[in-house]
Ligand binder design. Sequence first.
Ligand code: DLL
Length: 441
Amino acid sequence: MYWQREQECMDREELAQLQLERLQATLTRVARNVPFYKKIFDDIHFDPDAFLDLSQLAALPFTTKTDLRDNYPYGLFAVPLREVVRLHASSGTTGKAVVVGYTRNDLARWADLVARIMTMAGLTRDDVLQIAFGYSLFTGGFGMHDGAQRLGASVIPASSGHTGRQIQIIQDYRTTALACTPSYALHLADAMEAAGVNVNALSLRWGLFGAETWSEAMRAEIQDRLKLTATDNYGISEVMGPGVAGECLQQRGMHVNEDHFLIEIVDPLTGELLPEGELGELVITTLTKEAFPMLRFRTGDLTRILPGPCPCGRTLRRIERIRGRSDDMFIVKGVNIFPSQVEQELVAMLGSAPPWRIELSREAHLDHATLYIGATDQLLSDQMKDPLARLDQVSARMASALGVHFQIRLADARQVERDLYPDTDGAAGGKARRVLDKRMI
Ligand code: DLL
């Protein structure tokens, strides 16, 4: 089943021509409307009118998350705010969040692309879809919502959390499809088991999962325990949100909506373009976005393009399951966090940052984050008149600034230092290992 058969099964040469035309239009538009890109074009003497071949794209510099933050909040918008009808933001950041905007046309295309990946994943208008992604600045809830409505499914905007209520809805409303993070799907399975729910009696058939790293082992477990077919979905707010790529029922990698997004895989260290099939960092150029076009955006996500056609008949190329990140960003409870943000908050609170590290674990399939802070002499004498109250303050500040609750533990400062540099042979190049991810995925 296809949502937009003509585009999804397009002849590759025709697709390349369409991409070229759309890219030319995007280049012209950003040169005119986005001073950031205009300056880059001027600096490298790049003339959008002379862009005649997709291979010329490699001549343009990358756009990075830092560029986006530097232009906070609206610096990279290519239309006046009056044309923008929706704003979202990348999660987990404070004053430096990345704000993304959508015009009415952007929203309509977004809905179509999500309807497309939902159709690939087995859904039809006969489905009852429970969306347990957060409805907020995060793109997951609203992105999935608009797409499902476009598809014509019956949408239940359950939003995230409230596990007991989620289970009751699944049972009472006869939910046939579930959209959430894969870890939350397993948490739901645990909770149902604990409550003695007979999963075989439920109506669940399809599961759309994404927004965090998972594995084939997790897929097998989710499918087995929830009795549904689970597909992987990739998206990133800077580029759009969910709907960038999704799996078909072959479950062998995610078809990228290449008529709207041009993908490249580059060496994360050198930025060199890698040949098809090699593992590297995914770089995305938007082809149709009006409010927030992106040229060669470095996603930080590591994957590869899967060679060969897919038996489903779609010609849109597939990327493999995301293997990890090329930077130090980590995702906890669906919130993206950079270690530098943690450091920044500690400095703001404590004057200087004592040694610190984070351990991530998964209990009952839910993420737990523990922040170990080294009890330096300075910290103990200056700050810790009432250490427990102080730690509570740090915890509260982290929660409000980063959107995640960290359990804070005071630890021996020298031990924290030792744990930061576990590689005695220098294999880590002397880099501190700030985040120890013990989640089994
Ligand atoms: O997570 C958008 C989304 C919502 C995708 C719902 C799928 C479903 P951000 O909050 O901007 O957007 O986070 C983007 O999440 O750079 C990846 O590191 C990670 N990520 C997203 N999808 C997957 C996936 C949404 N299927 C960041 N597998 C990305 C692994 C994923 N990681």
